[in-house]
Structure formats: structure tokens, C-alpha cells
Write a protein that binds this ligand. Structure first.
Ligand SMILES: Cc1cc2nc3c(=O)[nH]c(=O)nc-3n(C[C@H](O)[C@H](O)[C@H](O)COP(=O)(O)OP(=O)(O)OC[C@H]3O[C@@H](n4cnc5c(N)ncnc54)[C@H](O)[C@@H]3O)c2cc1C
Length: 391
């Protein structure tokens, strides 16, 4: 390789950051220039966004500090378009960045478009500033012993509802979900979860979807109104439209369709990772989590480095290990799973589960320091096989 190989990474969330630091490490003796683009210089710990919403302060992790010494160039801004034929990315300050390879790691956000009233009257965990503002409003609601509706009975909704109820015991919290909260867990873990929801005084409203969010209530499909001084919306996800607009092949949700090595099937100079990629495995399609996203980032960094050295790249393989759910700061439940994320036989609860959850949600600089050197993923073939690689 004689000329410098230009790699642009879009998005510095969990997967974009990991891809950047690991790729820098893997290519440190090669003529490579890596650029990482993200709107904020602060790393957003999405895994802990519900803690901000409940009023807790998190550590401030600066992206340039995490990148120090790696040689990765950080560009602060929003990518506004990608031209995969000319291999150009445009940033909102009109900068145009050429690339030889693009790593697309723009993640996902909560969908606020589908249900009327969500954009106007509900809060989300999409952005730390909005989560901080929510926390301010929540404190005022708590002073008046008011009410909060948390819409969405998935892991994010459960974590948010329990965090709010623990932090503000006077607030009446209702968790609203058409299905049973925690339905993805096994029977015993689910029973533990419901005991924790009862202990924290969280009311459940199940069986009906939300049809509208009003300024002071949530309307359900059967016409019931659930009174709420504040509504937090955690149901459904959407992805940035950049890939689809650029003519890169996407699935019906807008996720980039990738091959077995995580390259775009329509544009092989584009690789997609994390929540923005539609990654198929023998057992089904991966759904967006950090647990699955981090291995896609590690695989992609390794794949780029290998290809630059003329080596063969193995297909990406992944199996889920766990569903870790915090239930406030003092309780948690971990459901261990089969590779396809269906519940396995074992689960953890209480203080051991809290400790486990904290370990898997470790501080980002620490995670990136460890994972740039070692494959943190546990990749499963049928029957389970842990794989570790060192550089
Ligand atoms: C409250 C909460 C709790 C969660 N808990 C867990 C958990 O316990 N375990 C788990 O495995 N997963 C959990 N998840 C899911 C996990 O956070 C996501 O799967 C993970 O963040 C995906 O990583 P990513 O890098 O693909 O995207 P993200 O982390 O969302 O990063 C995307 C980055 O791209 C940037 N970006 C977006 N658009 C542009 C643009 N146009 N130009 C430049 N940059 C852009 C964003 O600002 C962001 O920095 C949780 C999510 C939430 C909301």
C-alpha cells in the first residue's frame, strides 16, 4: 500500500468509538488515516440515559480525550449526506470528506413519529440534554406527588420506570405496554421483575397500545386515559435516513443490509455496525443492543486491518449471552439467554445482579481501552464457543 488509506467513521457512539480505537491499534504500522465524525465532543453513555432522566449526574467523558494518542482525527459535526459513488461525506459545516472506506455507525433513536402527540408532549431518552431537562421537570412533579407515564415495556422502559420510582418514591409511576413488561425473559426472572415493580409501587397498564399522547394524559386503544404530568416515551426505534437517501441498500426499517463480513451488499466500500446495520445470523436477525453492536465494531476494525494486509476475513458470528436489566440502583435481574436471545435456564437477581450489570456497563474509557486489544465478544456457533483474539 503506497498511498494513505482514508477511513471515515460516522458516529461516535459505543460502536463507532470502539471501531475507531481498535482500528487505530490494528493499523498502527500501516499508512492509514482515520476520521471519526460525531455531533458532540461528549461521549453519550446511552446505557445510562435513564439515570440522567431520574436526576443522577454521570461522569463527563470527552471523545478527544478517549482518542488521545490513537492518531484518530475527530471532526465535530453532523454528517448530512453520503455519496457512495464519489466516496464523499458532507458535514453540516459544508466540509466534504473523501474516503476509501466508510464505517457507518449512526445508531438509532426512539421513534417519535408513529404515535400522535409523542413529539409534542412526550420526552425521550434520545439526547442527554433532553434527559437533563426531563429530570428538572420530574423534580417539580415529585414535589407535588404527581404522576409519570413510562410508555414501552421493553428493557429501556423497565429501567427508566424503576429508576424514577426508586429516586422519587412520592411519584406515581405507570408503566404502559401492550404486552407484559419483561415478556422476553424466562418465567422466574419475570416473576422477580414483577415483584420489584410491586415493591417500587409501579402500576402496570397492559393489553392496549397507546393511540395518542396528550399534554396531561396518555390515551389507550380502548379509550382509557392514563393521567400523567410527564410522559416518557421508550417504544419503537428509528434510524437516520442518510443511508437510504444515498441509495445504499437498506431493509424496511432503514438499516443497511450487510453481507457476512458486515459490508454493505450494494456498496462494499461501506461497512455498517451497531444499531444501524441489519446483521443476519443463522438463528435470525440481530436486534440493536450494545451487546451485539460492540462485536460488530470489533469485527469490522479487524476486517479492515486484515484486508489491508491482504488477509482473508472470516464471516461475523454472534450469539446473545444475557438480558441485563437494572431495577433502580439497588436491584437488577439478569436473564441469561440462548444465542438467539430467547431465555436460558439461569438468571441472577439482587446485589450479584447489580454488580454484574455494573461490570457490563463499565465506564466507556475503560471499555475502549480493554476492547481495543482483545475481542470482548463471545461468538457462538451452535452449542456455544467462546472466542478470544489478541493482537
Ligand atoms: C436507556 C437505554 C438503556 C440501554 N441499555 C442497554 C443495555 O443494558 N445493554 C445493551 O446491550 N444495550 C442497551 N441499550 C441499547 C444500546 O444503547 C444501543 O444498542 C447502542 O448504543 C448502539 O450503539 P451504536 O454505536 O450503534 O449507536 P449509538 O450509541 O446510538 O451511537 C450513535 C452515534 O452516532 C451519532 N450520530 C447520529 N447521527 C449522526 C450524524 N448524522 N452525523 C454524525 N453522527 C451522528 C450519535 O450522536 C451517536 O453518538 C440501551 C439503550 C437505552 C436508550
Amino acid at each position: 500500500m503506497n498511498t494513505e488509506h482514508r477511513i471515515v467513521i460516522l458516529g461516535a457512539g459505543y460502536t463507532g468509538m470502539l471501531a475507531a480505537v481498535r482500528l487505530a491499534r490494528r493499523t498502527r504500522r500501516l499508512p492509514v488515516h482515520i476520521t471519526l465524525i460525531n455531533p458532540s465532543a461528549r461521549f453519550t453513555e446511552r446505557l445510562r440515559m435513564h439515570q440522567i432522566a431520574a436526576g443522577q449526574e454521570l461522569a463527563d467523558h470527552r471523545i478527544p480525550e478517549i482518542l488521545a494518542g490513537t492518531g484518530v482525527e475527530f471532526v465535530q459535526g453532523w454528517a448530512t449526506s453520503v455519496d457512495p459513488e464519489a466516496r464523499l461525506v458532507t458535514v453540516d459545516d459544508d466540509r466534504v470528506l473523501p474516503y476509501d472506506e466508510l464505517v457507518y455507525a449512526l445508531g438509532s433513536t426512539t421513534d417519535t413519529d408513529t404515535v400522535p402527540g409523542v413529539t409534542e408532549h412526550a420526552w425521550t431518552l434520545n439526547d442527554p440534554r433532553a434527559a437533563h431537562r426531563f429530570a428538572g421537570r420530574l423534580a417539580a412533579v415529585a414535589e407535588q406527588s404527581g404522576s409519570v407515564a413510562v410508555c414501552g415495556g421493553g428493557l429501556t422502559g423497565i429501567e427508566a420506570a424503576t429508576e424514577i420510582a426508586e429516586q422519587h418514591p412520592g411519584v406515581r409511576v405507570t408503566l404502559i405496554s401492550p404486552g407484559e413488561p419483561g415478556a422476553m425473559m424466562g418465567e422466574r426472572a419475570r416473576a422477580y421483575l414483577h415483584r420489584a415493580l410491586d415493591r417500587l409501587g409501579i402500576t402496570r397498564s397492559t393489553g392496549h397500545a397507546v393511540t395518542k399522547v396528550l399534554p396531561d394524559a396518555v390515551e389507550l386503544a380502548d379509550g382509557t386515559l392514563v393521567a400523567a404530568d410527564l410522559t416518557l416515551w421508550t417504544a419503537g426505534v428509528r434510524v437516520a435516513p442518510l443511508a437510504a437517501r444515498a441509495g445504499i441498500e437498506t431493509d424496511e426499517r432503514g438499516l443497511i443490509v450487510v453481507d457476512r463480513t458486515l459490508k454493505s451488499v450494494s456498496h462494499p466500500t461501506v461497512r455498517a455496525i451497531g444499531d444501524a446495520a441489519a446483521v443476519r445470523q443463522p438463528w435470525g436477525t440481530i436486534h440493536g443492543t450494545c451487546q451485539s453492536g460492540m462485536p460488530t465494531a470489533a469485527h469490522t476494525a479487524d476486517a479492515i486491518a486484515k484486508e489491508l494486509r491482504g488477509k482473508k476475513v472470516r464471516p461475523f458470528r454472534f450469539g446473545y449471552v444475557h438480558q441485563p436489566v437494572s431495577l433502580g440502583r439497588r436491584d437488577a435481574v439478569i436473564q441469561f439467554t440462548k444465542a438467539d436471545d430467547t431465555p436460558g435456564r439461569f438468571h441472577l437477581t439482587g446485589r450479584t445482579a447489580v454488580l454484574y450489570k455494573e461490570i457490563v456497563s463499565s465506564s466507556p474509557p475503560k471499555v475502549f481501552r480493554i476492547s481495543k486489544k482483545m475481542t470482548v465478544s463471545v461468538q457462538f456457533s451452535r452449542g456455544g464457543r467462546a472466542t478470544r483474539t489478541r493482537d
